[in-house]
Structure formats: structure tokens, C-alpha cells
Write a protein that binds this ligand. Structure first.
Ligand code: B30
Ligand code: ZN
Length: 259
């Protein structure tokens, strides 16, 4: 079993490396000692990504579940969701959300960040994550991807992470992916070597953070926030902040290896 982690107090980000199960330490030491930890503050020192595009079908079938840390959506046919990230071929494993954003952009946060977790087509163990920010605006129709998952969220209000047999993904439903392809083609994207933002905080994760946010309307944001901020498990939030030491380490590394 996995030790429970959270975002505040004794099982929060500052103590993730200390989590135990049955008196045994879990291998979460990277969360404290790693030198390439995510999230970070995105600045001009983080290089622009080249040759990076998604060609997701404009809509397709996903299941969605509340795993106790986040709302996570999984494609029925991952092989249909290919992306070229830094010139390499990946496929989409899942996407999920954080309230508020984990990455910062020039010291600013956004109310919502989505993570599109990819594995390399020729090596399942290599991960790349595309991070997309969302801003809440009062006008317009909001975002079509968010709109397509909103009707599913009511079913997911109780997290079913601890008891395997109770973890119930939704029935497959249609997700609109057009806004994702679009924003990736029309925004600057920053690439840096980082980690999982949750335990075990494993490194060698290649991050692609999209600078331009997508717009959502308050009605859409409130639906997601209701699960990720006010749920019994998500007592406060489900994001962790960029640690300064790691940012300084990154700045040093970026200066030493010009690309
Ligand atoms: S993130 O994008 O850096 N936030 C994982 C993938 C991406 C990120 C964080 C974690 C991941 O694959 N974690 C290991 C698998 N999880 C999956 C899960 O269902 O969520 C097991 C776990 O227990 O951590 Cu709860
Ligand atoms: Zn994430």
C-alpha cells in the first residue's frame, strides 16, 4: 500500500520524504534531496521548447476518476493521442488537474493547471508532462475540454483511493481536445528537466510548460474547485509550491549547458 500524502500539515509537501507505512520509510527522499524537482517558477532562463506539438483527435473517449489527490482522465485508446515533444514521439497516458497552479510564471500563479502525462512511444519508462494554465474570465463560453468533463464530476465527489476495489472510474465519455492542440501551436512553451510533483517525486521527467493560459468561466472553475479544494480529502488544495533552492540549481544548470 501507498502511504497517504496530502498538501498540508504532517503529510504535506515539506514532510513527504518522512512518510512511513508500518514503520518503514518509503523511498520518497527525492522529494527533499532531489536537485531537479518540480514545480518551478518559469522565467526567461527556462529555455523555449523546439519541435513540440500535439495532434490529439478533436474529440475522443476517456474515463475519469477521483484518486484522492486529483481528478484524472485516461484515454480509451492512448495510441490515438500522440505528441511530438522536443522532437521525440510520446503518447498520452492521462491528464489531471491542480488547484491552484503548481508552476509559477514570472512569480505569478494561475487558479488551475492541467498536466498531460505522456510516455515515450519506444520506452514506456520515460515520462514527459505538458503543463497548461487556466485563467478564470467572466465572459465567453469558457474552455471546451473543461466543459466536456464538467457533467461527469458530480459522480466523483468521494475519493476512492484507499480501497482498491472501490476505485471506480466513470463510464467512457467524450472529451473535446481542440483547445489543447490550439494553445500548444499558438503559445511559447518552456522545457526543463524536472520531476513528478507528487511522491515519489521521481526525476528524469521532461516538462513542457505552455505560457499562454486557456480561459475558463467561473461556473466551470467552481465545479473543479468543489472537488479539489473543498472535498473531504482535499481539505485545502492539491498543489505544491516551487522550492527556491531548486530554482537556483536550475538557473546554474541552464547557464552551464546552453542549448
Ligand atoms: S505530475 O504530473 O508531476 N503531477 C504521476 C504522474 C504525474 C505526476 C505525478 C505523479 C504518477 O504517475 N504517479 C504514480 C502513480 N500514482 C497514480 C495515481 O493514481 O495517483 C500512484 C500514486 O498514488 O502516487 Cu495516487
Ligand atoms: Zn500533476
Amino acid at each position: 500500500t501507498m502511504p497517504p500524502f496530502s498538501y498540508t500539515g504532517e503529510t504535506g509537501p515539506l514532510l513527504w520524504h518522512n512518510l512511513t507505512v508500518d514503520g518503514k520509510n518509503f523511498p520518497y527522499h527525492k522529494c527533499a534531496t532531489g536537485k531537479q524537482q518540480s514545480p518551478i517558477d518559469i522565467t526567461d532562463l527556462v529555455p523555449l521548447a523546439k519541435n513540440t506539438t500535439t495532434s490529439f483527435p478533436s474529440s475522443g473517449q476517456f474515463t475519469i476518476e477521483n484518486n484522492g489527490h486529483t481528478i484524472e482522465a485516461t484515454p480509451q485508446k492512448p495510441e490515438d493521442y500522440k505528441s511530438i515533444l522536443g522532437g521525440q514521439e510520446y503518447k498520452l497516458k492521462q491528464f489531471h488537474f491542480h488547484v491552484s497552479s503548481e508552476h509559477h510564471l514570472h512569480d505569478e500563479t494561475f487558479p488551475l493547471e492541467a498536466h498531460f502525462v505522456h510516455t515515450k512511444v519506444d520506452d514506456d519508462s520515460k515520462l514527459a508532462v505538458v503543463g497548461i494554465f487556466f485563467d478564470v474570465v467572466d465572459t465567453g463560453a469558457g474552455d471546451m475540454l473543461i466543459q466536456s468533463i464538467c457533467p461527469e464530476l458530480k459522480e466523483l465527489e468521494e475519493p476512492k483511493h484507499d480501497k482498491r476495489e472501490e476505485k471506480k472510474p466513470s463510464a467512457p465519455f467524450n472529451v473535446q481536445m481542440h483547445s489543447i492542440n490550439n494553445i500548444i501551436d499558438n503559445s511559447k512553451i518552456r522545457n526543463y528537466p524536472g520531476s513528478l510533483t507528487t511522491p515519489p517525486c521521481s526525476e528524469q521527467v521532461s516538462w513542457y510548460v505552455v505560457e499562454e493560459p486557456l480561459a475558463i468561466i467561473p461556473k466551470q472553475f467552481n465545479r473543479l474547485k468543489k472537488i479539489m479544494k473543498f472535498n473531504s480529502r482535499f481539505t485545502q488544495n492539491n498543489y505544491s509550491d516551487p522550492p527556491k533552492e531548486n530554482l537556483l540549481a536550475l538557473v546554474k544548470q541552464t547557464k552551464q549547458t546552453p542549448t
